[in-house]
Design a binder for this molecule. Structure first.
Ligand code: NAD
Length: 250
């Protein structure tokens, strides 16, 4: 018997990076995984899960669009018989600019995906979980949800906002059977951060700020998410789990 045998798990942003690694990890523990992503490469994640004998499906979804989110949650419920857990992870990182130079379009897009996307996902997932009388949600914030970095105003604002959404929903819904928590990844090597690795001098500047002395692999985020969605975490609610190798402990 595996931890997620037969459980229905929804993950957004699982075409690549942290979401893809976590989708594979859930499936390896028996979950039926529904992926929502606006990138059709999510089909590759589904294929990888199926190649290992797991169960997964993909619903095209832009998390900033209500109709798409409705269709995604409905597909998980219909195809996998309910919604035991959701990992609201889709996000974007806009090109860095000084605060006053940030163009409004980039600001609006970042907030629409990173913040409103999490709001819409929870708004649609919560009634389903309340009706079931149980469920667990994990939202992806960032160390940028607890500290600031220069050049990233909308990203930092969106990730601080994710913690606000998480904590508010957590205290409203826990007595209705739904636990809601957030993870704050540190620096993880994924397609989102790959351009930074190409910048001259980036690693030399980053490494001294990292007690563990390296970036994370996406797989190193998955264990925390699987724990938070499981009964092992039955008293963990409204928590913000920082997974950063000690970066913010300095
Ligand atoms: N990589 C890091 O260092 C790091 C650190 C802290 C937080 N995060 C957060 O982790 C999450 C995953 O990022 P990642 O590093 O794996 O990057 P990634 O670019 O590999 O993954 C992001 C995923 O989100 C999807 N996506 C983006 N916009 C979407 C939309 N509107 N609708 C649906 N899907 C959408 C992408 O297609 C992709 O599959 C993001 O929320 C990111 O902000 C990443």
């Amino acid at each position: 018997m595996m931890r997620y045998d037969g459980k229905s798990v929804l993950i957004t942003g699982a075409a690549t990076g942290i979401g893809r690694a976590t989708a594979l990890a859930f499936a390896r523990e028996g979950a039926k995984v529904m992926i929502g992503d606006y990138n059709d490469a999510a089909e590759d994640t589904v294929d990888a899960i199926k190649a290992e004998g797991g169960t997964a499906a993909f619903t095209p979804c832009d998390v900033s669009k209500r109709d798409d989110v409705d269709a995604l949650v409905a597909a998980a419920v219909k195809q996998h018989g309910g919604l035991d857990a959701a990992f609201n992870n889709a996000g974007v990182f806009p090109p860095e600019q000084m605060f006053a130079d940030f163009d409004e379009e980039a600001f609006d897009r970042t907030i629409a995906i990173n913040l409103k996307g999490v709001f819409l996902c929870m708004k649609v997932q919560l009634p389903v979980m309340v009706k079931q009388g149980k469920g667990a949600i994990v939202n992806t914030s960032s160390v940028g949800g607890v500290i600031a970095n220069p050049g990233m105003a909308p990203y930092i604002a969106s990730k601080h906002g994710v913690l606000g959404l998480t904590r508010t929903a957590a205290i409203e819904y826990v007595k209705l059977g739904v636990r809601i928590n957030a993870i704050c990844p540190g620096f993880v090597r994924t397609p989102m951060t790959e351009p930074w690795f190409q910048r001259e001098g980036f690693l030399e500047a980053f490494l001294p700020t990292s007690p563990i002395g390296r970036p994370a692999n996406p797989e190193e985020m998955s264990g925390t998410v699987l724990h938070l969605c499981s009964d092992e975490a039955s008293f963990t609610n409204g928590a913000v789990i920082i997974v950063d190798g000690g970066q913010t402990a300095i």
